[in-house]
Write a protein that binds this ligand. Sequence first.
Ligand code: HEC
Length: 492
Amino acid sequence: MVCTSTRALALLGTSLLIAAACGKEEVASASASATATESDSGAATDTTDAATTDGSESDSGVDAAPTWHQQIAPIVAESCSGCHRDSGIAPFSLTTYEESAPWALLLADSVERGAMPPFLATDTPECQPRHGWIDDLRLSDEQAGLLRAWADAGAPEGDPATAAPLPQPPQLDLVDPDIRLTIPTPVTVSGNGDKFLCFSIDPGLDADAWVDGLQISAGNPKIVHHVLVYVDEDAQSADLIGPDGSYPCFGGPGVGNASLIGAWAPGMPAFNTPPDTAFRIPAGARIIMNMHYHPTGAEEVDDSSAVELRYHPSIPANLALLALIGNAHNSGAGLLPGPGDSGSPQFKIPAGAVDHTESMSIRLDDIPDLRVWSAGTHLHYVGTDMVAGIRRAAPQPGEPESECFVHTPNWNFNWQRAYVYDAPLAEAPVVRAGDEIVMRCTYNNSMSNPYVVQALAEQGLGAPVDVYLGEETLDEMCLGIFGVAINLADLF
Ligand code: HEC
């Protein structure tokens, strides 16, 4: 059984929260959960007045100004319209010239600010991951320049008769799901207190299943703050549920033997494992949907949050796991000395601190070889930047001694996702026993951080407070979330 053999993973040391297939760890803190705001949504109201001219740019000398049908529509179709379309997750549609032209200046601006398209992983001087990312939404400098030139020229339409062909936007939805598990009872929230609850759902498996793709959807995005999906190995959650199918829980699954297989926060597309690699759901296991609702003040209902799963047709070569590594709270757990520590290292972000850092180095012992196929960062509202990588104890030939996995230098709580390497598993970075995962998180705990201002306001506070490691609105984290694959042969 996979279960016993992955025990090694559950022994990875106290600071390491790892969602091993049979781990006993409470993945609780992984999930985090600042309350605070749904912030940016609907931001498209105060916008620009980019004139919707009709392609009459020729007499100004800037006769090379890009036009919608020739240069701009293909960019927008590929990088924006996947979300900015009717019934997409974005607040306004960008599928036609008429829809897009009025926003031209705002579009160029959002791209230059790095706000859109939402994709936080960035190559930086200190972090150049060895592979690019699947579904990388980012625009090239040239494409961003074309958007700017188009906006500055007054958003000319160009000639529809000679329109450039439109590329398909990346597929953000799960292809060929096998089963959809929906919350069994509607949830109503109102007022301003956050609501956490877990639904326990029976996927009806009488044999082990393997999952190679999943997609979580928020039934009512106005109030669903985030969703975590766990496999409850021994169906313990069945004993906890009330008549509505739910039980109270906070950041974690509320049962011992559960492993995280997916998470949703705004912007999260479907999650696919690499070929021949899958999460395991044992026969009889239940699926837990940990729901975090953040009310808007008005009464709102969620009656359709769901997770869709795609089953792998056979036993794969590799077991997929989500490894949650970080959140070291003291030096024994891997926290390194940092600014403001008095005596031994302490995870504390003093009120008012700008550019405060907490760094960790977490050594993994007693593990099988892990291939890292995806990497994500997780902070709350005070966080501004996180970088994660590895320092190898005994690099193999051709393998770097240290290597960066992912850097999100413009952290935004509202846009979290797992970044998946665009490379075969055999070329993914390997973590072996004795290696250290190194992480550095940066925080701005001052009123110059708009998210801090918002979070304080929600708590009725007028000035920053000292922030510690934890799960509440004004607590922080420094957590790496890594999709790893373990060759099943290595587990026996
Ligand atoms: C993954 C989905 C997604 C993609 C892809 C995407 N957007 Fe958005 N966009 C959103 C959502 C959701 C919002 C509203 C929430 C927010 O502002 O974060 C938004 C808001 C905006 C806004 C208003 C807020 C702001 O920051 O100015 C602009 C402008 C915008 N998008 C432009 C673009 C452009 C241009 C592209 C393509 C280059 C793009 N978006 C791609 C989802 C997306």
